[in-house]
Design a protein around this ligand. Structure first.
Ligand code: NCD
Length: 470
């Protein structure tokens, strides 16, 4: 199966079968590295890295050179017209007219989606703020698969900055889809964001067991787990007997420990002062002596700072330099695949495409905007000239809208219908979002507001259902 003009913005843009097929292609690439030179001859890859990068950029560029293609690059936002106030959409259109494929890293969440929407050529997200980093996930999964032959049923612990670390977000989605059990060990205040947890439980059918729900014996016996997520692949009734099931689950130990650094560059000034660095959990020889880590693969997307001791490097369980090295064949496979230079065959048993939940879309240029101010591309001054806030309505109770760019959620407080005019102006009313009107108003007519003053500014009057809750 070939694919042309498809982008990789989120890890969900690839089905499980395609991920498997890319792994086989990466195997083929590494076995015959020097024979791949003609595959992308004459093709040009634009490498746009507007945040620091060593591994991702250099492995992408190496991959394209190994495939016989050429690379054009911009690595400093200050040296591009973005610094003059050019929008990402305009830049994408222009670069898309020069290159056959674009790789972009940008500090704004959702920036890669905007590039993919406007470039007209395949776009690969090499990291968009704290949102996602799908190609790092491919390297991570490929490493686990190589070392353990499967991902299904493994127990993978994610360690460190689960809030701002984009690698962990893409990785949790993929692990859940592939049937792993995920354990979370965040640094203080660095838990997985609610919108990521919601996706895991509502879209991948997983169960979330919180630390507080666990038996004291489990809390004490293990390294300090904060939350545990079990995928439906687990055969037991975890929701009914979390403690017993967990004891059974963990007896065999943790298969991989995925360590991440504190994303200092994404912390607010206030958070920087909270001593997060001092309280950040460290993985060292002593920790790895615990029996649950006997056979654990120690992984890290790198760069490491202080969270992973150098003494672990000589340990055969350490995998991080292998992960980085495998970035070249994986990215060669991906580029060749997206450029349609190589057909892939999807293994029969994993042929099914992933289910994309078809939520209704909410798109209006007033009423509510993404709450992820300053970080989401849709809230940036240069981009609001052409981007309208756009959300997926992921739940009616409570009313929950998910930004299509950064996936942060908003719970609007007031709602109205655009069909107010069927009677008189008197029927132009707004209601509380937790009243029964949320179910009554048709999605295509729904208008949401964050405040009463905003609803009133648009000519709506409060209904009986604004203050009386139903
Ligand atoms: C990661 C990133 O950029 O998100 N690095 C990488 O691509 N290997 C991890 C990090 O910076 O902490």
């Amino acid at each position: 199966m070939a694919m042309t003009n498809r982008s990789l913005v989120t890890v969900d843009d690839l089905s499980n079968g395609e991920i498997e097929a890319l792994f086989s292609l990466a195997d083929e690439m590494s076995d015959s590295m020097n024979e791949q030179f003609g595959l992308c001859h004459g093709k040009i890859m634009a490498s746009l890295f507007f945040e620091p990068s060593t591994r991702t950029r250099l492995s992408f560029e190496t991959a394209m050179h190994r495939l016989g293609g050429s690379v054009i690059s911009a690595v400093d936002i200050g040296a591009t017209s973005l610094a003059k106030g050019e929008s990402i959409a305009d830049m994408a259109r222009v670069v898309g007219s020069y290159a056959d494929i674009i790789v972009i890293r940008h500090p704004w969440e959702g920036a890669a989606k905007v590039v993919a929407d406007y470039a007209g050529v395949p776009v690969i997200n090499a990291g968009d703020g704290s949102h996602e980093h799908p190609t790092q996930t491919l390297c991570d999964l490929y490493t686990i698969k190589k070392e353990r032959q499967t991902i299904k049923g493994l127990k993978i612990a994610l360690w460190g900055d689960l809030k701002y670390g984009r690698t962990t977000h893409s990785l949790t989605y993929a692990l859940a889809r592939l049937g792993a059990t995920i354990l979370f060990r965040p640094g203080p205040g660095l838990e997985l964001p609610e919108h990521v947890l919601r996706k895991l439980t509502t879209e991948y059918g997983g169960e979330l067991i919180r630390y507080e729900a666990l038996d004291q014996a489990i809390k004490g016996g293990l390294f300090p787990l904060d939350a545990i997520y079990i995928t439906p692949s687990s055969p037991h009734q975890l929701a009914m007997m979390p403690d017993v099931s967990l004891q059974v689950e963990l007896k065999t130990g943790v298969d991989a420990l995925y360590v991440t650094r504190l994303q200092t560059e994404r912390l607010s000034a206030k958070a920087k002062k909270q001593g997060l660095k001092e309280q950040y959990p460290v993985v060292d020889k002593k920790l790895l002596r615990k029996k649950e880590f006997k056979r654990t693969l120690v992984m890290h997307p790198l760069p490491r700072i202080d969270e992973l001791a150098y003494e672990v490097d000589a340990d055969p369980r350490s995998m991080y330099f292998k992960q980085a090295a495998r970035g070249v064949p994986i990215r060669m496979a991906l580029i060749a695949f997206l450029l349609g230079a190589k057909e892939i065959s999807i293994p029969r048993e994993s042929e099914s495409f992933i289910r994309k939940t078809d939520y209704p879309v909410y798109r209006r240029d007033f009423g509510v905007s993404c709450p992820n101010r300053d970080r989401c591309v849709s809230t940036q001054e240069t981009e609001t000239k052409y981007i309208k806030p756009e959300f997926k309505i992921v739940s009616n109770q409570p009313l929950t809208l998910r930004c299509v760019y950064c996936e942060h959620e908003v719970h609007p407080r007031y709602i109205a219908s655009s069909e107010w005019h069927d009677g008189t102006l008197d029927s132009k009313k707004y209601h509380s979002a937790d009243s029964h009107w949320t179910r009554k108003i048709k999605t295509e007519n729904l208008i949401v507001f964050d405040s009463e003053s905003e609803a009133e500014a648009h000519g709506f009057k409060p209904s009986h259902y604004v203050r009386v809750r139903h």
